[in-house]
Design a binder for this molecule. Structure first.
Ligand SMILES: Nc1ncnc2c1ncn2[C@@H]1O[C@H](COP(=O)(O)OP(=O)(O)O)[C@@H](O)[C@H]1O
Ligand SMILES: [Mg+2]
Length: 261
């Protein structure tokens, strides 16, 4: 992997346009977003040194690039053009930089976020059992109907990733931006999680397994919200990418079995 000894772009990163557990996202000119390692966690506390060091490593970036190759192959235009660059970041330290096509339209993003954050109905838990109530949040059903086909495809890809890698996508709605299409902005560290879930370090393993459980719950939530009918997901199957409906529950059972071993 090429290592850049100075910040590799002529443009300087602009305003912060988003943050997640891994990245701090800024605009890079008019059309692009740059994602660099977020030194803080979601509660704005500094990350543990070992985690930060890993997230700034070439290995972490290589894993993110491998996620992109896999998921882009499944989702095509629902994944934005993305490039992976390693070297001196805008803070002067070495780390990975992810350059991604920038999207506007925060309003639809906020509306789609209502599905998981349920900010308009505090206390409503984001669980499949509450799908009906979630759909009654203003604007949610409308957006679900508008983007149903794309959301079904994301769900199909998530199940396929679970089948292929043992890790579902992170279909957290902050990772999905509703624009002309429902675009997946964040591929959910699939390869990192796969490695962590098989790690000999118990803490890593437990954390990875918790994330996988959360993603399984999110699959169930989307399934209920989208009222997926028989054969609807399989309709996206093509070439080697064959998702088999009956294997999802088996897969979940197998995953939980491993947990006990
Ligand atoms: N390409 C993009 N265009 C516009 N906003 C983005 C883009 N990518 C990410 N964001 C914003 O930044 C937030 C965090 O980005 P994300 O890639 O999910 O980082 P993390 O991996 O840390 O979760 C997103 O929830 C979204 O609001
Ligand atoms: Mg994210």
């Amino acid at each position: 992997m090429e290592i850049h000894n100075k910040f590799p772009f002529k443009l300087k990163p602009g305003e912060v346009i988003g943050q997640g557990a891994e990245s701090i996202v800024r605009s890079l000119g008019e059309d692009w977003a740059i994602k660099e390692t977020n030194p803080s966690d979601l509660t704005r506390h500094p990350k543990e040194e070992s985690l930060l060091e890993y997230q700034k490593s070439p290995k972490h970036l290589e894993n993110a690039a491998a996620d992109y190759r896999l998921v882009q192959g499944l989702l095509g235009n629902l994944v934005p053009p993305t490039y992976f660059v390693y070297g001196v970041c805008s803070d002067g330290e070495r780390g990975g930089m992810i350059i991604q096509r920038k999207f506007e339209d925060p309003t639809s993003n906020e509306r789609i976020q209502a599905i998981i954050t349920s900010s308009s109905t505090p206390g409503l838990e984001i669980k499949a059992e509450n799908a009906d109530a979630l759909l009654h949040i203003q604007g949610v059903r409308e957006i679900v109907n508008l983007y149903r086909k794309d959301l079904l495809k994301l769900l199909w890809a998530s199940k396929l990733c679970f089948q292929v890698l043992g890790i579902p996508l992170d279909l957290h709605t902050r990772n999905v931006l509703a624009n002309q299409n429902a675009i997946l902005l964040d591929l959910g560290s699939l390869h990192d999680l796969q490695q962590a879930s098989g790690s000999s370090e118990i803490n890593l393993r437990v954390k990875a397994r918790k994330s996988i459980e959360e993603r399984i719950s999110s699959i169930r939530l989307w399934e209920t919200i989208l009222e997926v009918g028989p054969g609807e997901l399989e309709a996206f199957n093509s070439g080697e990418n064959q998702y088999a409906a009956e294997s999802f529950e088996k897969q979940v059972a197998r995953f939980r079995q491993q947990d006990r071993n």
